[in-house]
Design a protein around this ligand. Structure first.
Ligand code: FES
Length: 124
């Protein structure tokens, strides 16, 4: 396993916001076609804020940890702000990633954007 920082190790071993909502307002799925890892994110939205969020990731330690970190930061965030999040933002919240694992932070950022897009296309 690559050498990960304490934030990554903590979120890998104790991931936050794992699960799903049956009554989600938006759902997003992203898959890395090269490694096959995938992240799915469910959001609840009220007054243009992400009021709650869950995720499931099938993937490497960095993908699981960055998904967890992303959900912790996205909870309570305005949709407009969340839409502009980049994988770099997620990697920074996670305290940085080994160079070979930087791509792993893309899954959470893109799955979140996709969940917001799903909500905006199909307001429930
Ligand atoms: Fe696939 Fe990390 S190796 S997302």
């Amino acid at each position: 396993m690559p050498k990960y920082n304490a934030i990554i190790m903590d979120h890998f071993q104790n991931p936050q916001n794992v699960g799903e909502f049956e009554d989600a307002d938006g759902i997003g799925l992203e898959e890395n076609p090269i490694c096959g890892d995938k992240t799915q994110i469910w959001i609840r939205v009220h007054d243009d804020l992400i009021t709650d969020i869950r995720f499931k990731t099938q993937g490497c330690a960095a993908a699981i940890a960055t998904s967890s970190v992303c959900t912790v930061h996205a909870k309570g965030m305005a949709l407009e702000e969340a839409k502009s999040l980049s994988p770099n933002d997620v990697a920074n919240w996670a305290g940085g990633l080994p160079r070979a694992k930087i791509h792993c932070s893309v899954l959470a950022a893109d799955a979140l954007r996709s969940a917001i897009s799903d909500y905006e296309k199909h307001p429930r």
